[in-house]
Write a protein that binds this ligand. Sequence first.
Ligand SMILES: [Zn+2]
Length: 80
Amino acid sequence: MKHFCPNDPKHAQFHTFAHVMQEWLVDADGDYIETSDEELQISAWPDDGNIWNCATCGAEATTTPPREEQEKAPRRGRSR
Ligand SMILES: [Zn+2]
């Protein structure tokens, strides 16, 4: 499913969450020492149900395509 910035259709990058598994080095109690493998496996790709925020302006993305009519709105008030 495509996502759209409500402010500007040219904004095409978003911040959302993917679930990535890491391998950790831990002590006998399971406490973290260090990351031994940073990206072992992606357990879940970004989900349409997540909140997607525009990487350019921060607006919450929508899955509804922006209307082109908004740019074609009639101009008023200036006659030359
Ligand atoms: Zn944006």
